[in-house]
Design a binder for this molecule. Structure first.
Ligand SMILES: Nc1ncnc2c1ncn2[C@@H]1O[C@H](COP(=O)(O)OP(=O)(O)O)[C@@H](O)[C@H]1O
Ligand SMILES: Nc1ccn([C@@H]2O[C@H](COP(=O)(O)OP(=O)(O)O)[C@@H](O)[C@H]2O)c(=O)n1
Ligand SMILES: [Mg+2]
Length: 232
């Protein structure tokens, strides 16, 4: 009695935040290789959802009873999705990404939960999420998971812009017009989330303007358990 079974144990979650182009995805790949985490990029999951939506209808299961009741999209002031047809969700995600806007957390959290369940792992790097207060509060309310810490990549805007413009991944939002919008969203909506976790002492900040190798040295130090750092 009173013990928590493995099935009930909450997974370990690290939020990986930083401006667009700060190197979140690059460093997450390194952490996966060295520390056995599963990397979940909210942006990648949303982009995959756009693709699957256009191929076989929507794979998300958003409140099906409401979806079949009425037609079209209805947003409340809090921007939660109330009613949306399956194939409209992909289009909505696509439009929002093109504008650099944050997709309502209903969608993103469902994608994250599904990916967590399917991974079979119990430790996750959640990259690019939470990107605003709505993301943060909804994730906490829905999953009851508190991040172990927040890994924050601090990088000057000019450097992030240079990196995005030479990223060459064919992303529709990697153009100068959308980049400017994303920077604004980052400053106005995402940095306050970092400040929230800073006030709880949970932010591990890394200078992300250095080379990939140098940044990973700093990241490694954060992930290496303290006892292993002591010379023997
Ligand atoms: N430390 C670094 N120095 C130079 N270029 C980098 C560095 N880290 C990542 N990059 C490159 O910058 C671009 C953006 O990196 P990415 O990991 O996709 O960032 P994010 O996920 O934060 O947008 C990629 O082309 C990547 O190869
Ligand atoms: N939590 C999130 C993460 C990304 N996104 C959307 O996906 C876009 C790309 O996110 P990303 O994390 O792949 O971008 P980068 O920071 O890696 O450049 C964002 O600009 C948002 O439009 C979102 O709506 N909500
Ligand atoms: Mg990324």
């Amino acid at each position: 009695m009173g013990t928590v079974s493995d099935a009930e144990k909450k997974p370990a979650v690290i939020f990986v935040l930083g401006g667009p182009g700060s190197g979140k995805g690059t460093q997450c790949a390194n952490v996966v290789e060295h520390f056995g985490y599963t990397h979940l990029s909210a942006g990648d999951l949303l982009r995959a959802e756009i693709k699957s939506g256009s191929e076989n209808g929507m794979t998300l299961n958003l409140r099906p009873t409401e979806i079949y009741d009425e037609q079209g999209m209805v947003y409340t002031k809090s921007r939660q999705i109330r009613k949306l047809f399956f194939d409209e969700i992909g289009t909505m995600i696509q439009n929002m990404i093109k504008e650099g806007k944050i997709v309502p957390s209903d969608v993103t959290i469902k994608l994250l939960q599904k990916a967590m369940q399917e991974s079979g792992n119990d430790k996750f790097l959640i990259d690019g999420f939470p990107r605003n207060e709505e993301n943060r509060a909804a994730f906490e309310a829905v999953t009851e998971i508190e991040p172990a810490f927040v890994l924050f990549f601090n990088c000057p805007e000019e450097e992030m812009e240079r990196r995005i413009l030479s990223r060459n991944q064919g992303r529709e939002d990697d153009n100068i017009e959308t980049i400017r919008k994303r920077f604004n969203v980052f400053l106005e909506s995402s940095l306050p989330v970092v400040e929230y976790y800073e006030s709880k002492g949970k932010v591990r900040k890394v200078d992300a303007a250095k080379s990939v190798e140098e940044v990973f040295e700093a990241v490694k130090a954060i992930f290496t358990p303290k006892e292993e750092k002591v010379a023997v």
